[in-house]
Every structure is written in C-alpha cells, then in structure tokens.
Design a protein around this ligand. Structure first.
Ligand code: ADP
Length: 258
C-alpha cells in the first residue's frame, strides 16, 4: 500500500489566515474589555466602603453626638473597614492564583474530621440564624487535597448557604463515595439563584442582587476563589439552583486508597 500526502492546499489560504487573525483579535479584545471591566469593578468596590468610612468619620468628628449615636456610626466604620480588609485579602489571593505563585500542598486527607472542623467554625452563624444544620459523612473517605484550601472552599460555600437563607432554614452537608470519586454536596433551601445568573456566579465581583449582598457583607469574590481553588485541585464543582427553592453546590474529587 502506497500513499502520498500532499500539503493541504486550501484555495483560500489568505482567507483562512484572515479569519484566524480576526478570531485572535476578537479574543484579545475580549481580554482587554474584561480587564478594564475588572479594574473598574475593583475601584468601585474599594470606593464604596471608603465613602462610608469617610462620611461617617466626618459625622463623628464634626457633630455633637450622644454616646448611642457615636456607637452606631463607629460600628458602621468598623464594619466597612472589615469589608475593605477582606476585599484586599481576597484580591491578593486571586492575584497570587493568577500568577500561579499559589502553592497547593496536597496530602492524603481523611475527609470526615475536616468536615467536622468546618462545621464547628460555622456554629456561631448557624446558631444566630437558628439554621437546622444536617451533616452526613461516610467514614473513611480519602482524597488528595490541601487541607487549608479545602477548608476554605467548604467554608465559603457553607457561609454563602447561611448568608442567602432565611432564619430557621435547612442546610445539609453530605459527603459520600461514588465509583472512584468522593462527592461533597452543600444544599440549602434559601433564596436560590435565578437561572439567568447561574452561568456567571463564579465570575469575579458577580452578585445576583448587589444591594442585598452588600448589606450581607459579601465581596462578590468568594465563589471566584472557590472556583480557582477547586480547579487547582483538579476537582470539579457544579451548581443547581431554583429561585425561591434553594441551591446545591457539589464538589467531585478523585478518591485515593486508604
Ligand atoms: P458574595 O461575597 O457576594 O457572597 P460570592 O462570589 O460568594 O459573592 O457569590 C456570588 C453571588 O452568588 C452572591 O452574591 C449571591 O447572589 C449568589 N449566591 C452564592 N451562593 C448562594 C446561595 N447558596 N444561595 C443563593 N445565592 C447564592
């Protein structure tokens, strides 16, 4: 058997090239646009708490306030300072991830104690909102993960579940084994996420309801960080949600042997 392959000659080589260049230009344009969108989001997010801090500092300084009013304004100043500090911390984390200077130190982990630890950390928020928290984890689930980063992933997801649920709602944390995967699901019956917003919730600064989430202290970076961390682990995250019904985030890790 004998065959000769000739260089593929397209009649329209120049046209093909032009189309590739066009596609490349479109991609660069997209990146440029997103970069400036991102920068303007950052400046907006930084400016808002600063405006509050400046405004309320002026009030406390210039007006003759009674003790109670002073406390009220100082609390706002303190909350907004915390928000700024969180924002800067989260932006710094994302910048490190972007530069790949972010080290994931994977080790073989027993999932159950880690889930218990995260649940413990959440107790004050759960108690305050009288949440019915259910936690089910099979024993002896082993995976490769960075314990600090996995804790951060779970904490962010659970913290959102609490934030976007009414008082006395249900939140469930489940972990189980399926074939050679370890699955972790966080389910709430809170406000849910509208279908049109679902594709964007892992984007930086994306929030479904800006004014509402602001009052809850969100930065809009939590899920972006979760997404980066999950991918750094070669794991997967998926979300299903229905407005007014609830939300479920599911993580899939590869199982490692005992
Ligand atoms: P934020 O700091 O605002 O909570 P995130 O990046 O963590 O930002 O989440 C992005 C947006 O996704 C939130 O502003 C909220 O609108 C929506 N969201 C995230 N988790 C949930 C949830 N469990 N239930 C309802 N909405 C959620």
């Amino acid at each position: 058997n004998f065959s000769v392959s000739f260089p593929k000659t397209s009649k329209d080589e120049l046209g093909d090239l032009a189309r590739s260049i066009e596609a490349l230009a479109a991609e660069l344009n997209y990146l440029k646009q997103h970069r400036s969108e991102f920068l303007s989001s950052i400046s907006h997010e930084l400016r808002t708490p600063l405006t509050y801090i400046k405004g309320y500092t002026d009030i406390v300084r210039k007006r003759n306030l009674n003790e109670e009013e002073q406390q009220k304004y100082l609390t706002i100043i303190s909350d907004e300072t915390n928000r700024l500090s969180n924002l800067v911390k989260e932006l710094f984390n994302l910048a490190k991830m972007d530069q790949n200077s972010f080290v994931i130190q994977k080790e073989r982990l027993d999932l159950q104690p880690l889930l218990e630890k995260v649940s413990q950390k959440l107790t004050p928020a759960l108690t305050e909102k009288k949440i019915h928290y259910m936690y089910q984890c099979q024993t002896q689930l082993y995976l490769m993960a960075d314990p600090i980063k996995l804790e951060l992933i779970l904490f962010n997801l659970l913290d959102n579940a609490v934030k976007y649920s009414d008082t006395e709602s249900d939140i469930t944390l489940n972990a189980w084994k399926e074939k050679d995967s370890i699955l972790i699901a966080i389910t709430d019956n809170g406000k849910g996420i509208p279908e049109k917003d679902l594709p964007y919730i892992f984007n930086r600064f994306y929030r479904v309801d800006k004014s509402r989430t602001r009052s809850l202290g969100g930065t809009g970076l939590g899920l972006a960080i979760v997404h980066e961390l999950v991918h750094a682990h070669d794991a997967e995250i998926s979300v299903t949600s229905k407005e007014g019904v609830g939300t479920k985030f599911q993580l899939t890790f590869k199982e490692v042997s005992k």
